[in-house]
Design a protein around this ligand. Structure first.
Ligand SMILES: Cc1ncc(COP(=O)(O)O)c(C=O)c1O
Length: 290
């Protein structure tokens, strides 16, 4: 199972792939990324991830030389070559190479990378048991400062610090609030609550990344006739919830069973969480084959 990297047209084993030290994301975090999963030799939600990437590139004013359909073909080709049944794809696009904050200092086309590897975010037993989560002291970047739909490399410093804070507390994840003190998301996952049979999740304006997995779970729940409300959510709502779970490409769907040492509902993964987890796993068969 080779871990491969396609970088600006060249494919190498992951260990041999190198990029310029003057890459604008290396210097300033001026780049975008997507994490995408491979399930059973199919790339899950590839179009949705590419859409988010290209919308971000257009927002940042990157002059993409590789078009969306062409990049889609490249992703599928690297997957074929890596020959992995299940895996994790990391797509990175940076403004290009050049020293100086001024985008005019970048004289190259955007640097584009497709990495095919594996990633396990949480220990397998956590998917049965559920995660303990703490409220971290790190806030998400306000939506009016940097559009949260931008999956920009530079914005992750706070998330990494929040993850380290959760690690120090022995928790599986860290909850990040927004500037108003409302619930936003965890360090690499969106949050959902179940209350009286209704699914509630923070509204995109809360400063959350509008996750592809979040959208998938919302659609699956609605197909089952479950009402889903995108709302302002506080920690009070979390403590009063019957169930809570997190979603993300890397995380998939995972129960959140405590917040700050207080059980949520029964303190175990609840029936709606289990049902949506099952539906999500069944839905992973709908990806793009390679
Ligand atoms: C901060 C943050 N929130 C939420 C998510 C979940 O998004 P998705 O389901 O698109 O992976 C991610 C995933 O990368 C993330 O980094």
């Amino acid at each position: 199972m080779p871990r491969l990297v396609w970088l600006n047209g060249c494919i190498t084993p992951l260990e041999e792939a190198t990029t310029s030290v003057a890459d604008h994301a290396h210097l300033y975090g001026d780049g975008l990324f997507e994490g995408i999963r491979i399930y059973g030799r199919k790339v899950f939600k590839l179009d949705e991830h590419l859409d988010r990437l290209y919308h971000g590139a257009s927002y940042l004013g990157f002059t993409m030389e590789v078009g969306k359909e062409q990049l889609k073909g490249i992703v599928l080709d690297v997957c074929r070559k890596a020959d992995m049944d299940d895996g994790y794809i990391r797509l990175n696009v940076t403004r290009g190479t050049g020293l100086g904050l001024d985008p005019r200092a970048v004289k190259t086309a955007p640097n584009v990378m497709v990495m095919v590897s594996t990633l396990a975010l949480y220990q397998p037993e956590m998917y049965d048991r559920g995660l303990d989560v703490i409220t971290t002291s790190y806030r998400v970047i306000q939506a009016d400062a940097l559009d949260p739909r931008l999956k920009c490399i530079g914005r992750y410093a706070a998330n990494i610090m929040a993850k380290a804070e959760a690690n120090r507390a022995g928790a599986g994840e860290g909850l990040m609030l927004n500037a108003q003190g409302n619930v936003a998301e965890c360090t690499g996952d969106n949050i959902f609550l179940v209350k009286d049979g209704v699914l509630r999740t923070p509204h995109p304006s809360s400063g959350i990344l509008k996750g592809v997995t979040r959208d998938t779970v919302i659609a699956l729940a609605r197909e089952q006739g479950v009402s889903v409300v995108e709302d302002t959510i506080t920690r009070f709502d979390v403590f009063a919830a019957d169930e809570a779970f997190l979603t993300g490409t890397a995380a998939e769907v995972i129960a959140m069973v405590t917040l700050d040492d207080r059980p949520i509902g029964t303190g175990e993964p609840g029936p709606m969480t289990r049902r949506l987890t099952e539906l999500f796993h069944a839905h992973t068969a709908t990806g793009t084959p390679f």
